[in-house]
Design a protein around this ligand. Structure first.
Ligand SMILES: Cc1cc2nc3c(=O)[nH]c(=O)nc-3n(C[C@H](O)[C@H](O)[C@H](O)COP(=O)(O)OP(=O)(O)OC[C@H]3O[C@@H](n4cnc5c(N)ncnc54)[C@H](O)[C@@H]3O)c2cc1C
Length: 472
């Protein structure tokens, strides 16, 4: 098997992986960086998974500003949207449309705001993916798409190498890297290296989270097959595919009648995110291909209902997104686990507040089955941060993670998973990698204060305290 040597290997080019690659390359231009992803485009869930919007939320001082600025210079690429239709039981959907009068800054807060002030960022996925590739190529990152990591070799506290399989033909090859960044969503590299992982709801006794159930259960946040519809000149209804007519699918629709989060693309098409199309536990009990097939049949049936009952007959089905939207799967149990009480305490009072490297202020929210105490987890009063140790596995010193599967409890992850938070974590992982190489250190020994200074985290926190009038 051929061997390829590099300084930093990033597995996964979604929000976390992009953030990691751009920061590592810009902070250490001499580093040799390889990024691999199974898909044919960058962006992961935020592009090929169809989650083509950044929900309202604190973004942190990150590269998201640059993505927005650069995409704004292209026609019909990105815009800031506001909700013009809120969910109601008789019309179970929310609709967010682009409002040219909304500045980007208005999308950067959710906590403690009334919902009519929430603003989100809607974008064209292919243009976002292309821009990510352009930026990484400009920065000198070697991006290899349609390439899957499959095996890992370890020695003591180090990852030694991984095997990469090109998906469009060609021999598998070994990659030996000094450092490894796991941005694969469900932290597959950490899992393969037998790091301690978690799946599902934790019991109260484990972390004493106020809303945790008394016993653990393999219940994870629901999954969604996101799809796109295009505006049509005349009213009409798409033919209902045979698989959507099956009794199972129709029974699912009758029993669930799920709501849909809809965002308008800059060209007037719609992005539809049914909440959810499958219980998380159900999804993870099937093969990916089978779960995708069932999810797609449900989506067709649901779309038929939207066209015939909720007034969407001036749109036609356009396409399914190739990657199923997975909100939660395996999570790392790292050096520190972000829990409900950290999220609720907020950036000024949470544990390890002085080691925060990324931010979130999205509601604690799960879709589908849940057993948390109380009717729902709900909105937050203030933003919180992700401490650096949430990225670090307990078992290895030359691996870091930056993904929705980093070290959060099930409840912590229900807030933390948003794209801009993942990108911020990736940026911290990228800076940590750049510094580790420059200083001949491993991840646990890199100065968190230095990472924070480079990312301008302390100045950002001061700004938020001042502008959001947070109580210190
Ligand atoms: C349906 C849904 C709706 C959501 N809504 C919103 C929203 O409105 N706004 C918001 O901000 N966030 C939303 N989120 C959350 C957010 O989109 C995700 O949590 C976030 O994008 C995850 O980023 P990531 O980098 O951790 O993972 P991903 O973006 O999933 O990236 C992981 C990448 O790793 C690659 N990969 C996996 N395994 C391998 C392997 N073995 N080898 C190589 N590559 C591999 C994958 O192809 C993928 O590109 C939503 C999520 C879902 C699923």
């Amino acid at each position: 098997m051929n061997t390829y040597e590099t300084d930093i290997l990033i597995v996964g080019g979604g929000s976390g992986g992009f953030g990691a690659a751009i920061r590592a390359a810009r902070h250490n231009p001499d580093a040799k960086i390889l990024l691999i992803d199974t898909m044919s485009k960058l962006g992961g869930t935020s592009t090929v998974g169809g989650v083509n919007n950044w929900e309202p939320g604190i973004g942190g001082p990150g590269v998201h500003y640059e993505l927005y600025e650069r995409l704004s210079q292209q026609p019909n690429a990105i815009g800031v949207g506001k909700t013009v239709h809120f969910y109601k039981p008789e019309e179970p959907y929310g609709l967010s449309v682009i409002d040219p009068d909304c500045p980007y800054e208005s999308s950067l807060r959710r906590s403690a705001l009334p919902r009519d002030q929430w603003r989100r960022v809607h974008f064209e996925p292919d243009l976002m993916a292309d821009l990510m590739l352009t930026m990484l190529t400009e920065a000198g990152v070697d991006v290899r798409l349609r390439s899957r990591f499959k095996d890992v070799r370890v020695e003591g506290r180090r990852i030694v190498s991984v095997v990469v399989q090109p998906l469009d033909g060609g021999e598998a090859y070994e990659v030996r890297s000094k450092l490894y960044v796991d941005c694969s969503g469900g932290c597959h590299l950490a899992g393969a290296a037998e790091c301690q992982m978690a799946f599902g709801e934790e019991a109260y006794d484990l972390y004493e989270e106020p809303s945790a159930p008394d016993t653990p259960a393999p219940i994870v946040n629901g999954t969604t097959q996101v799809f796109r519809a295009s505006r049509a000149e005349t009213a009409g209804v798409d033919p209902l595919p045979e698989e959507a007519q099956s009794p199972d699918v129709q029974a699912w629709l009758a029993a669930n009648n799920p709501g849909t989060a809809i965002t308008e693309y800059p060209n007037g098409d719609l992005c539809l995110n049914v909440l959810p199309t499958m219980q998380g536990k159900e999804f993870h009990s099937m093969s990916y291909e089978e779960a995708q097939r069932v999810g797609q049949a449900r989506v067709y049936a649901h779309w038929h209902r939207m066209q015939t009952q909720y007034g969407f007959d001036h749109y036609r089905f356009h396409s399914m997104f190739p990657l199923v939207g997975i909100r939660e799967s395996h999570r790392l149990v790292g050096r520190f686990v972000l829990r409900e009480q950290d999220v609720r305490a907020g950036i000024l009072h949470q544990e390890h507040a002085d080691e925060v490297i990324a931010f979130g202020d999205h509601a604690l929210d799960t879709h589908g089955e849940r057993r948390v105490k109380g009717p729902k987890l709900g909105e937050l009063e203030q933003p919180y941060g992700v401490p650096y140790e949430c990225l670090l596995p307990q078992e290895y010193d030359n691996m870091i993670t930056a993904s929705r599967g980093s070290s959060f409890s099930h409840i912590g992850a229900s807030s933390c998973r948003l794209s801009r938070t993942m990108m911020g974590m990736g940026e911290a992982a990228g800076v940590a990698s750049a510094l580790a190489l420059q200083q001949n250190k491993l991840y646990p020994d890199v100065s968190v204060a230095e990472i924070r200074d480079i990312l301008e985290i302390p100045a950002f926190i001061e700004k938020i305290i001042r502008e959001w009038e947070l109580e210190t």
